[in-house]
Design a protein around this ligand. Structure first.
Ligand code: DGL
Length: 260
């Protein structure tokens, strides 16, 4: 098959990367997409770096066998653990795009208060994030907020209602008094609970995620490698998951078609 007509491979530890896929479809509607979620091994955020690296390389092998022309690691955790090694191995042949917490737009809001970065424990512990945070240290007060347990709810399709509300309330309550400048969603699962988080924050705080930025970066890279689809018609999306059951595939499509 012509290189430019091959699908773009998307990967996440589960259904989270669908929040990035959604934005990619808006920016690049004529591409085909193959999405692989590793829900069987989720969450990644509380595993060891070595484990996440191995799981990520396995998933990438799968996408390459499926003929992917580009790779999007639509998972902050897998990006922090494996992106350097992945680029070393693959970027001579194809674009390898990762995602990291969108700190820059949050700082540029210039609002009073703390910038809170919600992410998995691993993302916040890794050097990649700490280097990023270092760049903005003198411009903003940045507070990492690990959210173990939140991915598990989203993997079950629980994205709003009492349980999520209670979880988020407990997380942000301690910061409400001193003021929150912005919240950065540093895990690709979290955009799905954005609506509930806005309720908890009474719509008063900007909530930022990096999915649109990642989609735009994907487009730039496809142009740079000269492999962007030139078809006229809309592309197709194929979703697969290591859990291999109907529930998880149905949830994946439900999240993909969710109206924000
Ligand atoms: N969606 C993932 C991320 O962006 C990770 C979730 C997990 O812990 O598996 O970090």
């Amino acid at each position: 098959m012509n290189l430019e007509n091959r699908p773009i491979g998307f990967f996440d530890s589960g259904v989270g990367g669908i929040s990035v896929l959604k934005e990619a479809i808006k920016v690049l509607p004529r591409e085909d997409y193959i999405y692989f979620g590793d829900s069987k091994n989720a969450p990644y955020g509380t595993r060891s770096v070595e484990e996440v690296k191995t799981l990520t390389f396995n998933a990438v092998d799968y996408l390459i066998k499926k003929n992917a022309k580009a790779l999007v690691i639509a998972c902050n955790t897998a990006t922090s653990a494996a992106i350097t090694d992945l680029r070393e191995k693959y970027s001579d042949h194809m674009p390898v795009i990762g995602i990291e917490p969108a700190l820059k737009p949050a700082v540029e809001y210039n609002r009073r208060g703390k910038i809170i970065i919600m992410a998995t424990p691993m993302t916040l512990a890794e050097a990649k994030f700490n280097n990023l945070m270092e760049n903005y240290r003198d411009r903003a007060e940045i507070t990492p907020l690990p959210c173990p347990g939140l991915v598990e709810l989203i993997e079950e399709g629980i994205i709003e209602g009492e349980e999520v509300n209670r979880y988020l309330q407990k997380k942000v309550e301690p910061f409400k008094e001193t003021g929150i400048a912005a919240i950065v969603l540093g895990c690709t699962h979290y955009p799905f609970i954005k609506k509930e988080l806005s309720i908890v924050l009474e719509n008063k705080v900007p909530i930022i995620d990096g999915s649109m930025g990642t989609a735009k970066q994907l487009k730039r890279q496809l142009l740079e490698y000269n492999i962007i689809s030139k078809r006229e018609e809309a592309g197709k999306v194929e979703i697969s998951n290591s859990l291999n059951n109907n529930e998880i595939i149905n949830l994946s499509y439900r999240l993909l078609n969710l109206n924000e």
